[in-house]
Design a protein around this ligand. Sequence first.
Ligand SMILES: [Zn+2]
Length: 249
Amino acid sequence: MGCWNDIVSGTRYSFKALGDLFFPRKCAVCQTILACEERNICDDCRNDIPYTWFWSWPENPAEERMWSKVGIESAASLFFYRYTGGYGHILHKFKYRCNIPLGLETGRDLGKKMANGERCGDIDAIVPVPLHWRRRWSRSFNQADIISRGVAEGFSSQPEGKSIPVIRSLVKRTKMTSTQTRLSGNEKAENVKNAFRVNKKVALRLLSKGINHILLVDDVLTSGSTLAACATPLMLYFRVSVATIGFVE
Ligand SMILES: [Zn+2]
C-alpha cells in the first residue's frame, strides 16, 4: 500500500513538474519561477513577509484606528500593505486575477496566527464583509468570503483550535457604494454610512446558540470606515472583532 501511495504521489509530482515545464508558475510577490514544491509564493518571499504581529500586540495600530470610529473588541491584520509592488501583488492577484488558492492560503496563515495569539482567540463565528449583490455579481466572488474560509481553516488546524462557522446570512450590504480609494477620510465614512443591515432573525438564532463574539473579515484595513460601518449594526447584538490581510500604514 505504501508503495502504491509512493507511485501515486510520484506520478502527481511528475505531472506537476511537467505542467511547470510548459506553464511555469511564478511567485505572486517577486515573479521568479516557482520550484515544484513551492506554492504561490517562493520561499525567499515567504521568509520576508512584513508581518504586523498585531495578533499578539495589545492596543496595536489597527485597534487604535478602529477605536477612533467604533468600540470593537480587538483587531488584527496579517501584513503591512502597500498598493504597488511587492506584497501588494498578493491581494491584487487574488482579488482581480481570481487566484482563489492564494486568497485561501493567506487567510489560513492569518487564522493560524490569530488562534495562537493573545488578542483574538475566543471568537465564536466569522462574518465576511459583504459586497453589494451587483458588485458580487460582476466580480463573481467576494474576496472577504474566501479569506474568511481560510481564517476558519487556519483556526481549526491548530492543536487547541476549534471549528468556527463562517456566516454569510447575518449582514447584507443594502447600499451600492462608489469605490473608496479616491475619497478623503470623512467622505469615506459618509459613503458607507448605513450601507449594511443585520438580519435580526439570524442574529437572535445565533445568540440562542451561544454565539456572542463575531470576527468581521475584510481584505484590507485602510481608513477603517467600511469595517466600522459594518460593525456598528452588528454591535447591537454581538461583541465584534475585526481582521484583515493587509494593513495600510
Ligand atoms: Zn518570490
